[in-house]
Every structure is written in C-alpha cells, then in structure tokens.
Design a protein around this ligand. Sequence first.
Ligand SMILES: NC(=O)c1ccc[n+]([C@@H]2O[C@H](COP(=O)([O-])OP(=O)(O)OC[C@H]3O[C@@H](n4cnc5c(N)ncnc54)[C@H](OP(=O)(O)O)[C@@H]3O)[C@@H](O)[C@H]2O)c1
Length: 298
Amino acid sequence: MEKSPVTLLGLGAMGSALATALIQRGHVVTVWNRSPGKIEPLVAQGARHAKSVAAAVEASPVVVVCVLDYSAVLSMLAEAAPALAGRVVVNLTNGTPRQVREASEWVAHQGAEYVDGAIMAVPPMIGGPDALVLYSGSEKGFEAHRATLEVFGTSRFLGLDAALAAVHDLALLGGMYGMFAGFLHATALAGTVNVRAMDFVELLVPWLRSMAATLPGLARQVDARDYTIDVVSNLRMQVVAFDHILAASREQGVDPKLLEPLHALFRQRLAAGHPDEDVSGAIELIRPPASDAELVRS
Ligand SMILES: NC(=O)c1ccc[n+]([C@@H]2O[C@H](COP(=O)([O-])OP(=O)(O)OC[C@H]3O[C@@H](n4cnc5c(N)ncnc54)[C@H](OP(=O)(O)O)[C@@H]3O)[C@@H](O)[C@H]2O)c1
C-alpha cells in the first residue's frame, strides 16, 4: 500500500521522534517548527522543510501536531486555517478536556477532521511496540490514517468524544504522580536509617508490583459502589497503620506532607462510619456526585 505523506508541526523532543519514525518507515514527511534550529537534523534524514505552517499543511492529507500546549496549537493552525479543509488533524499535544473540545470544534469548523491523541511513552520509545498512543474524536479521520499512526507504536481508538484520550492520559499520569509521591516519601524515610535509594528500590519495586495486583479488586468495589466486597484489609486497621507512618516520619525528621492529604481522607471516611470498608470507599469523598445516567447504569 502506498504510504501517505505526513506533515509534522512541532519538532521538540517528541515531534522529532515522531518525524524520525515516519521517515524511517518510508513516508514523505514535511516538517515545520517555530525555531529553525530543530529542522536541520530532520532534513538531513530526508524530511522536507516547509517555509510556513500553511505550506506545511498543504503538503499532506494528514497533519500531526505535537507542541507544548494548546495556545501554540491554535495559533499555529490559525495561520493555516484556509488550507485545513478536507484534511485530518491529529493533535498529539497534551491538554485538558476543555481545551481538546474547543480545538476539536474549531478544526471541524474549518472543514477538517479532528483526531486527538495522547502519547503514553517517552521519545526513545516511539516507533516501538511499547509506545501506546490513545486516540479519540473523528473515527473517520483515525481510520483513514490508522496505518500511518501505527508507525508511532500501538494505537487504541477510545471513542468519538474528542476529550477521551486526554482524560485517559491525565488519569494515567495522575496515577503515575501518586506513585512518585509514594516513592519520594518512602525513600526519604528509609534514608533516615542510612538506606541508599538504589538499595531501597530493590524492595520497593516488587512491593509496588504486588500491591498493583490488588487494584482490580478495588476497581470492582468502585464499579459496584460497594466498598465491602472481599475486604481483607479493613479501613479501621489501615488507618492505624497509616497513623504509624505519619508518626514515624515525624520522629525520623521526614515531613509527611505528601501523604497527609490521603491520610486525612481515610480518617474522614472512617469517621463517617465505614470501618469495615476497603480504602476504595474514600473515592466517595473526591468524585463528583453520580449523575442520573450513572445511577441507572449502576
Ligand atoms: N517528551 C515526552 O516525554 C513526552 C511524552 C508524552 C507526551 N509528550 C507531549 O508532547 C508534546 C511536546 O512535548 P516535547 O517533549 O516535544 O516538548 P519540547 O521538547 O519542549 O518541545 C516543545 C515544542 O513546542 C513548540 N512550541 C512551544 N511553544 C510554541 C508556540 N507558541 N508556537 C509554536 N510552537 C511552540 C516548540 O517550538 P520551539 O522549538 O520553537 O521552541 C517545540 O517544537 C507535549 O504536549 C508533551 O506533553 C511528551
């Protein structure tokens, strides 16, 4: 099958990796970047340099955008607005659901298909099977260029609401930052008895892996809104252990501020009369009230 020409707007660390993967797989790639310094290495690999955003957009049926934020996305695309009609815009820039929906509407208004994407990988992973890219928005646009997008890694289309990819992306990143908070606190505490971080991670990584294996059980409770299903570590016991973590941290001179908000949430749920639940019940204190549709579903 003939390979589609592709335009790449934005040649930062990620945009350059995307462009390189496309060139290596035989696509004709036209590139544009605000600062010219990042263009030359791609041209040396075989990319075509467009002199303007509009010229770049005109060069290909699919335009991949990967820049810092949505104000950059919109200001760039606005320069090429008349050229967008009939093309597919695949925006791989990280943003919020509102930003995605606004961009989606604006692009559709120009007569183009809008596909939003979230890259769950770092640049060196691009082009390999471990790079996961989530997509949502125009299914027509996604299907038309699925083969091209598969060059970046494994792709998964989540649905027609353009914001789906961004919400999944930010939710996954939120899980990751929670893990980083745990890592920082745990490593600081272990460090007070002269344990090097590199030695401590030998215990921490397998521990976190085995604890991650308990998440499907918590997920089942969340979906059922019944936090007492198959509880093996009840909230009353866990709060006592959590009290000890904070007390020990203070004794050892570690500021427990990364864990205090979670501890407070668990205590609040316990005080509300849920000693026999799992920790999953605390989600009731942070998520929005269930909509009628969700109540019907559950
Ligand atoms: N790097 C990662 O590990 C990673 C992983 C997953 C997703 N992402 C996402 O990929 C996107 C790009 O990240 P990156 O790592 O490539 O960032 P980066 O290396 O900092 O590059 C940022 C890019 O945005 C451009 N840019 C910034 N402001 C602009 C403006 N006002 N107008 C036009 N272009 C502008 C920059 O152009 P100049 O060269 O002219 O400054 C550059 O091309 C982000 O949304 C990021 O969240 C990155």
